[in-house]
Design a protein around this ligand. Structure first.
Ligand SMILES: Nc1ncnc2c1ncn2[C@@H]1O[C@H](COP(=O)(O)OP(=O)(O)OP(=O)(O)O)[C@@H](O)[C@H]1O
Length: 298
């Protein structure tokens, strides 16, 4: 399996702030990755280092097998779409497409124009006159039509309505099936994108706390609820991510797959269980990590 990105001990400090702290991971070709985490976790900093917009303080970084800095062979294969892309004042949407056409080797102009229709974008309108959501849609069109071997979407949706977001997910999945490439998607809307993701990386306080196949993650945790005494008996010796109790009832979120015996025991105790979504799992994990560091959690 070819790795598109290989990161070893990657660290980025801004003075006393360690934004990315000794992170190691690999990104395989032709998969959709979710780079997830709370605000300020270090996601953008990692994506900026991968796309050579920032230097690492230390560690190793290889993109398409090479160092990305001032390396046009590598950078020509990357399309980075960020939340607040800036364009020259005079640019219309059509001008953005014309420039993108010259930047990306795999650019599909017919597809770009079809997407412009899908997102109902006024192609001759000046960028500075677009609504916030329209501006996000322009970024999405460029990201999709670039068909770049490594396409990075960093929170591409500011102002985008639910219909346009679903359109983005659907088009991404359809086009990715026909033209496989590597996609890194950073977002807070984890529930919305979880069906798209094949692999999940979670960053918390600059550290990589989860690096796992999305399918494995889907069955990774469950909640049990019922009488407090029964929940306590059942969870003894298990890794409990969260436990809440109201009166005599309690709910606990536990890590790991339940064995057949576990399920039988839970039934005997009269407990109910439910699987935990990827979003809920990540909320629990990042909350645990933060709490265990003694930081305030709001
Ligand atoms: N230029 C900078 N100077 C100083 N600190 C910075 C700089 N850029 C980022 N940071 C800090 O590094 C940390 C990580 O920021 P980063 O933007 O990578 O987080 P993020 O996970 O992308 O957050 P969000 O989800 O809110 O976009 C934060 O504490 C941030 O304040």
């Amino acid at each position: 399996m070819t790795n598109v990105v290989e990161v070893k001990g990657l660290t980025k400090s801004y003075g006393k702030v360690t934004a990315v702290d000794d992170v190691s991971f690999k990104i395989e070709a032709n998969k959709i990755y979710g780079l997830l985490g709370r605000n300020g976790a270090g996601k953008t900093t990692i994506m900026h280092m991968i796309s050579a917009q920032q230097f690492a303080t230390s560690g190793e970084l290889k993109v398409f097998g090479e160092e990305p800095f001032e390396n046009s062979k590598v950078l020509n294969q990357i399309c980075f779409i960020k939340e607040s892309q800036k364009y020259p004042d005079t640019f219309r949407i059509i001008d953005v497409l014309e420039v993108a056409k010259t930047l990306f080797t795999n650019w599909d102009d017919a597809y770009a124009h079809a997407l412009i229709q899908d997102f109902r974008l006024p192609i001759k309108r000046r960028i500075k006159k677009l609504s916030r959501g329209m501006l996000s849609s322009v970024g999405i069109v460029v990201g999709l039509a670039s068909r770049a071997p490594l396409t990075i979407f960093d929170e591409p949706y500011l102002g985008l309505d639910a219909v346009a977001r679903v359109l983005f997910y659907d088009r991404l999945l359809e086009d990715y099936a026909e033209h496989p490439r590597t996609v890194i998607l950073s977002t807070h809307l984890i529930d919305e994108v979880s069906r798209l993701l094949e692999h999940v990386l979670v960053i918390d306080n600059g550290k990589l706390i989860l690096n796992e196949d999305a399918d494995a993650l889907r069955g990774r945790a469950c909640t049990v609820s019922g009488l407090k005494s029964a929940v306590d008996a059942f969870t003894r010796g298990k890794e409990v991510l969260e436990r809440t109790a109201i009166g005599s009832a309690a709910t606990a979120t536990i890590m790991g797959n339940l064995s057949v015996q576990d399920r039988k025991y839970a039934e005997e105790l009269g407990l109910e269980f439910a699987t935990v979504s990827i979003q809920q799992l990540i909320v629990n994990l990042t909350r645990t990590q933060t709490a265990s560091k003694g930081a305030d959690f709001q």
